[in-house]
Design a protein around this ligand. Structure first.
Ligand SMILES: [Cu+2]
Length: 128
């Protein structure tokens, strides 16, 4: 009898765990965009052009991760029009901010606030 109860409890734990995994990896999971900062500029996945255009779909949930490779310099990431601000990221550290792209398409300015004259690019929200 006791063995039967244990089997039931074990089965319930397995079902609950797989349900939690399913829910957390659902359709609303944020898409991660990694921006490496070096030499006072953003690089998508650490490569390509400086201060790249970041593209998103309307209403898309995004996680922007800033990897600061500038030793001794503090950088951040902000989109003023969307109220998006990442806390300052120390040299050698990484920080993330999660936000939802606006439902209307458009072009929004992103900057590193302390270095907004050099570190600035466009967030383009569109369906295509
Ligand atoms: Cu900066």
């Amino acid at each position: 009898m006791r063995k039967r109860v244990l089997v039931f409890v074990a089965a319930a734990v397995i079902v609950a765990t797989s349900l939690a995994v399913t829910l957390s990896s659902g359709a609303d999971a944020a898409r991660e965009i990694v921006l490496e900062v070096r030499g006072m500029a953003f690089y998508m996945d650490g490569a390509g052009a400086a201060n790249p255009v970041v593209r998103a779909r309307p209403g898309e949930l995004l996680r922007v991760t800033v990897r600061n490779s500038d030793a001794g310099l503090v950088h951040d990431f902000a989109v003023a029009d969307l109220g998006v601000v990442l806390r300052p990221v120390q040299g050698g550290a990484t920080g993330s901010v999660v936000f939802r792209a606006p439902r209307e398409g458009g072009t929004y300015l992103y900057v590193c606030q302390p270095h907004a004259q050099m570190m600035r690019g466009r967030l383009e929200v569109s369906r295509d």
